[in-house]
Design a protein around this ligand. Structure first.
Ligand code: COA
Length: 117
């Protein structure tokens, strides 16, 4: 599991966490490891001052942690049609502190193909 610290264009330097990739080895799946990793990771990102966490993933999984589509942070690249429900966010310091704008990702994530396949 990886959290990458990002900023939001026009967000006055507010930091946001990008969650992913997240993976549990197949023989250990469905034993609570993924949920424990996400919950502990979110708690650490919150304690470190991140204003929100965003993820591109299955809403059927991330919804259980409170992630929702339709938040104010837009993805760094246009997503394919039909993926809007997969782009989800969760406020960590209160909804009023979530910046409004486009996510600026660190260089490893600046490859448009990662956001379209
Ligand atoms: C997704 C993943 C990290 C979950 O890890 P895990 O340790 O198995 O998760 P947990 O044990 O905490 O939770 C298992 C629950 O999540 C559900 N789940 C797993 N993947 C899901 C998905 N893509 N959509 C909806 N639910 C999913 C399981 O059905 C199970 O449901 P239940 O609690 O009702 O039985 C793991 O399945 C995985 O590594 N998958 C392959 C990589 C991947 O898809 N990563 C996410 C990319 S967005």
């Amino acid at each position: 599991m990886v959290f990458s610290r990002c900023i939001v264009a026009g967000g006055h330097g507010a930091e946001v966490s990008l969650l992913g990739p997240l993976c549990v080895t197949p023989i250990r799946q469905k034993s609570g490891i993924g949920s424990a990793l996400v919950r502990e990771g979110l708690a650490r990102e919150k304690a470190d001052g991140s204003s929100a966490c965003v993820v591109l993933g299955d809403p059927g999984y991330y919804g259980r942690f409170g992630f929702e589509a339709g938040h104010r942070i837009t993805p760094p690249y246009p997503l394919p049609a039909g993926w809007s429900a997969a782009w989800q966010g969760l406020s960590l310091q209160g909804a009023d502190n979530v910046p409004d704008g486009q996510l600026e990702v660190p260089w490893p994530w600046r490859q448009e193909a990662y956001w379209s396949a």
